[in-house]
Design a protein around this ligand. Structure first.
Ligand code: ZN
Length: 183
């Protein structure tokens, strides 16, 4: 819980959102929710595999979505294991933990991003380093607002790094989801 709260504070600071920022989450933005928080507010095709970060409020001001070019910092020091496409933009797969026998146990997936070409697997990132900007969903005529999706994934087995992607992440037989909110 502490790491997630600290991360939100860093996200606010990095993007100069203000001093008294509250973050707001609709139920559909939370892990395992079947609800959509956009468009027709109907149902997702499958339960949400992470948490969506989008809405905040500065003091008493009105609720605002993150701007489409919001800068995304790394939660901790970590090693980039893969970058892959997601249904909006790109995802960055980073392990912030120990790597035993070249096998990461837990990875953090930052999704719906525009990532600089120079950030490639094998690169280390520092805590708070800007790793991407949010994907501009207007480019795909998506009804979704630009937002940061975070998934925390426990790997059950040794998996080739290039297979750490959105074919694998929804497969509950091969991975365990950890709720990022409780990090
Ligand atoms: Zn999401």
């Amino acid at each position: 819980m502490k790491r997630f709260a600290q991360y939100l504070a860093v996200l606010a600071k990095t993007n100069a959102l203000g001093k008294q920022v509250d973050w707001l989450f609709y139920p559909g933005m939370l892990q395992e929710s079947r609800a959509k928080w956009w468009d027709d507010f109907a149902w997702r095709p499958k339960a949400h595999e992470g948490v969506d970060i989008c809405f905040y409020r500065q003091g008493q001001e009105k609720i605002t979505p993150l701007a489409k070019d919001t800068r995304v910092p790394a939660m901790d020091k970590g090693l980039i294991l893969n970058r892959c496409e997601d249904f909006l933009g790109e995802s960055l797969v980073i392990t912030h933990g120990k790597i035993d026998d070249d096998f990461p146990r837990v990875v953090l997936v930052y999704s719906h991003l525009e990532i600089d070409k120079t950030l490639v697997p094998g690169n280390w990132v520092e805590k708070g380093e800007i790793i991407a900007r949010l994907f501009d969903t207007g480019k795909k005529q998506s009804k979704l607002l630009s937002h940061l999706h975070l998934s925390c994934i426990e790997l059950m087995d040794k998996i080739p790094l290039e297979d750490l992607n959105w074919k694998l992440f929804p497969d509950r037989k091969k991975i365990n989801l950890i709720n990022p909110v409780f990090l």
